[in-house]
Design a protein around this ligand. Structure first.
Ligand code: FES
Ligand SMILES: [Fe+2]
Length: 428
């Protein structure tokens, strides 16, 4: 349970809010590189942390993220002409470069210097791993570019998608660190989905539905250990990485790619669920790439021309009651992603955490909230850089591993929880 003031604090990320300031300490994904496919392509509307922005790629291939609205009389620059190294407003022709600087006012007298004084709010936008990242905080605290392993491995080894989620970011993220729902909600998919099936670890997950959780603070966030019984008295450990503010990495299964998410607020009632699949030491196979494109694993099929899932709240997520009754799926909704999203969105746009009743399997969620609240306070009161900004905090890996019963997972798995280039992941 959370007090209302803490629920408000963690779920509100607009300009001027404490949690918004925390999110503005990090490079966050803004859009996919494929959305700006060539120089001088049409600009893309991007709403992030409740700010309405426009992503641009200019004639020289420079990226920028600028205020969506013209400084003259406020029309949307989305209608503008992207030409000759700038975006020209469709109304009276004011033109802006990728930094938001006004560089032309064709209707003003030729001698006018007015344009020099006009600058739109703008943020840097950089390409890493097929994703365009932005940093929306103060220039003097801008960290070096992100170093998550899924964006630093060679391009054939990694693939990222995004989907619109119609809920606040926090309840989406909390679903990502709640490993105990897997043998229920996703029961039917573990052994059939092409990006999950066939791993030995699936058997442990499905046969021991009462995992014991051990959650330990990591430099950037938390190690969330879920322990299940394996053979000969040993334990099967699944260790999820959560790095602040909203990066999660799911423990791998067999030789499958490693999956994970980032949840990024669009506004307080919507977020982007970013989903990546990468393999640390090999290229993704054609079958894996085809499965990701087909919406398998943690990815989805879309409403054509959008990043909204095809199964969404307007069609009740295409729930199939006969499949639910027959046990072909646990909830009647198909696929990991929409099984999760349907339930997370069903809570309402911002779940009321004053009414919840948390159990032992919620310890990861409880500690993540505490860690976020502590970091927000330290940033607001003392300007302290939050965990997860340091590049070393980003070089992490999840793991699945069998350990003897007397070994603490944080000790025995210490080495495999660090991302080392070209080293195979620990996976069962
Ligand atoms: S509103 Fe953009 S130039 Fe006038
Ligand atoms: Fe899930």
């Amino acid at each position: 349970m959370l007090k209302k003031e803490h629920n408000d604090l963690l779920t509100q990320t607009g300009p001027g809010t404490p949690m918004g300031r925390l999110f503005r300490s990090y490079w966050i994904p803004a859009l996919l590189a494929e959305e700006l496919p060539e120089n001088d392509c049409p600009p893309v509307r991007v709403k992030l942390l409740s700010e309405r922005l426009l992503a641009l790629r200019d004639t020289k291939g420079r990226y920028g993220l600028i205020d969506e609205f013209c400084a003259h009389r406020g029309v949307s620059l989305w209608f503008g002409r992207n030409e000759d190294c700038g975006l020209r407003c469709a109304y009276h022709g004011w033109k802006y470069d990728v930094t938001g600087q006004c560089i032309d006012m064709p209707a003003e007298p030729e001698t006018s210097r007015f344009a020099d004084k006009i600058t739109l709010q703008s943020y840097p936008l950089i390409a890493r791993g097929g994703v365009l990242w932005t940093y929306m905080g103060p220039a003097d605290t801008q960290p070096p570019p992100p170093q998550w392993e899924f964006v630093t491995v060679p391009p054939p080894q990694t693939m990222t998608t995004k989907r619109l989620q119609e809920s606040n970011w926090l309840q989406a993220m909390e679903g990502g660190i709640d490993s105990s729902h897997v043998p229920f909600l996703h029961r039917s998919d573990l052994n059939t989905d092409p990006l999950f099936r066939g791993a030995k670890g699936n058997t442990y997950t499905l046969t021991d539905t009462r995992p014991v959780f051990e959650v330990v603070e990591s430099p950037g966030g938390l190690y969330i250990g879920a322990r299940r019984n394996a053979e000969d008295g040993n334990y099967y450990w699944r260790i999820t990485q959560w790095v602040m503010p909203s990066f999660t990495m799911i423990p791998p299964r067999g030789d499958h790619a490693i999956h994970g998410h980032l949840w990024i607020p669009i506004d307080d009632e919507n977020c982007w669920t970013w989903s990546y699949d990468y393999h640390p030491i090999r290229a993704l196979t054609d079958e894996e790439v085809a499965a990701i494109r087909a919406g398998k694993g943690i990815h989805v099929k879309y409403v054509p021309g959008t990043y909204r899932p095809f199964a969404n709240k307007d069609n009740d997520y295409l729930i199939d009651r006969s499949a639910q009754k027959a046990g072909r799926t646990f909830s009647g909704v198909e696929g990991f992603a929409m099984q999760d999203a349907s339930l997370q969105e069903s809570m309402g746009p911002i779940v009321d955490r004053t009414k919840e009743n948390l159990g032992t399997t919620d310890s990861g969620i409880i500690m993540a909230r505490q860690r976020l609240l502590r970091a927000v306070k330290a940033l607001s009161e003392n300007g302290m850089t939050p965990p997860g900004v340091d590049l070393a905090h980003q070089k992490v890996r999840s793991a699945s591993i069998i350990l003897p019963p007397d070994q603490p997972f944080t000790e025995a798995a210490r080495e495999v929880l660090i991302a080392r280039p070209a080293v195979a992941p620990a996976s069962v």
